[in-house]
Design a protein around this ligand. Structure first.
Ligand code: LLP
Length: 429
């Protein structure tokens, strides 16, 4: 299902003309489809509806308050990795008891705040972190709920920068060392073991790495049980890929099915456990928001020289870093529907930033002229949330498309375009 469609030769997002959005809000502009986000989240919810579960949206994918609030209203939990993300989800109305806290470098202040508001669980990534949490909890006279994030040493078969479950990655506690760390946790007075966690990478387009990780995690759960350490939830992480080009990633339902098969198999082998003994947690980010968003940009100039054709646009790697950082391929559509008799060139779509890596798309067959609009698809995840001020460009505005009760499609500003003065906010002459 795509929220971008041509109608009478012009590109629309959820029935709203892209040209109208650009006119009203300016460019570069992020647009999101509320219904698409809700549908993606509900795909996870429905797949898990018959058992104890919590879908914790990974806030880093897109942390706009309007998106967090929409998901909170739909019952989402949240996977956070900083106090900033914690404050965002609280501001958006989330229940702290549905928040899990991942990340390798949790500071004293972050742990204190998370304990004070009463989050569901810390996903602990090292023995040193476990000790720090215990000390802070003691100081606050509280008991911290924890999972250990296990590094299962499986190959996620994705880009190395977004692969996290290999032995050499900084994430998690090694599979081999995990039992000893669990035993240590069991001895700490201000620590309560509640779960086990893993996250092996992002943009996974096959099920096999998820299955390998699940098998390893369940083997560990069995071992811990034999040692009288009870696990109340298993967090299988996020990572389900989306279609940027021609990938055919598994659906949330297909992912849930294979995880449930493994878990049910384990439960069957343990007759003292029932279906509700172990809650399933997931931490999807990209698969909920990526294809619900797009970045609208305007062509400033075209340049044809030495056999190269450039469409120089007003959005750059400062607004959307994925192509520059990961060599990610993202679909680019012209706002005017291409015609067979249009003069097409193979364009490099490049931004304003003074870096040769500031390319949004290489060799795209397009027919464009100055002032035309282009739309970068699948930009709802890791787009705005990774945007910066590099080269002193204010960050773009963000707009949410929604349907009124009478079925009309409307746009609402959910983040104002930054002013130039925002660029030096906090700086001192
Ligand atoms: N849980 C943890 C602990 C994570 O580190 C991540 C993502 C997720 C969940 C969500 O993964 P997802 O469902 O979105 O794949 N900036 C990169 C992606 C980095 C992912 C980092 N961790 C990109 O644009 O491709």
């Amino acid at each position: 299902m795509n929220f971008l469609q041509y109608k009478q030769g012009r590109l629309h997002a959820d029935n709203v003309a892209i040209a109208e959005l650009a006119k009203q809000y300016g460019t570069p502009l992020y647009v999101y489809s509320q219904s698409h986000i809700a549908n993606q989240f509900m795909a996870y919810e429905q797949a898990l509806s018959h058992r104890k579960h919590l879908v914790c949206y990974a806030v880093k994918a897109n942390s706009n308050l309007a998106i967090l609030s929409l998901l909170a209203k739909l019952g989402a939990g949240f996977d956070i990795v900083s106090q900033g993300e914690l404050e965002r989800v609280l501001k958006a109305g989330a229940d702290p008891k549905k928040v899990v806290f991942s990340g390798v470098a949790k500071s004293v202040q972050e742990i204190e705040r998370a304990l004070t508001v009463g989050i569901k669980c810390f996903n602990v990534e090292s023995e040193a972190e476990l000790e720090r949490i215990n000390q802070i909890a003691e100081h606050l006279n509280k008991v911290a709920n924890i999972s250990l994030r296990i590094n299962p040493d499986v190959d996620a078969k994705t880009h190395p920068y977004i692969s996290t479950g290999l032995r050499e990655n900084k994430f998690g506690i090694s599979y081999q060392l995990a039992p000893a760390v669990y035993h240590k946790a069991a001895q700490l007075a201000h620590i309560q073991i509640v779960g086990i966690d893993c996250h092996i990478g992002s943009q996974l387009t096959e099920l096999s790495p998820f299955i390998d990780a699940a098998d390893r995690i369940l083997a560990l759960v069995a071992k811990l049980k034999a040692d009288h350490i009870t696990i109340q939830h298993i967090d299988f992480g996020g990572g389900l890929g989306v279609c940027y080009d021609d990938e055919v990633p598994p659906t949330p339902a297909a992912l849930v099915k294979v995880l449930e098969e493994r878990l049910d198999n384990y439960l069957r082998q343990n007759p003292d456990l029932n279906k509700d003994s172990i809650e399933i947690l997931l931490e999807p980010g990209r698969s909920i928001v990526a294809n619900a968003g797009a970045l609208i940009t305007q062509v400033e100039y075209t340049k044809h020289q030495e056999g190269n054709h450039f469409a120089i646009v007003d959005a750059g790697m400062n607004d959307l870093i994925r192509p520059a950082l990961y060599d990610a391929w993202m679909k680019i559509l012209a706002e005017k529907e291409p015609h067979i008799d249009d003069k097409m060139y193979s364009y490099n779509v490049v931004g304003p930033i003074c870096e040769s890596s500031d390319v949004l798309g290489k060799q795209r067959e397009l027919s464009v002229a100055q002032d035309d609009l282009l739309v970068i698809c699948s930009a709802g995840a890791y787009g705005f949330s990774m945007a910066s001020h590099y080269n002193s460009h204010p960050r773009p505005a963000e707009v949410m498309l929604y349907e009124t009760p009478t079925g009309q499609s409307k746009a609402k500003l959910i983040r104002a375009r930054e002013a130039l003065s925002d660029l030096w906010q906090g700086e001192i002459l």
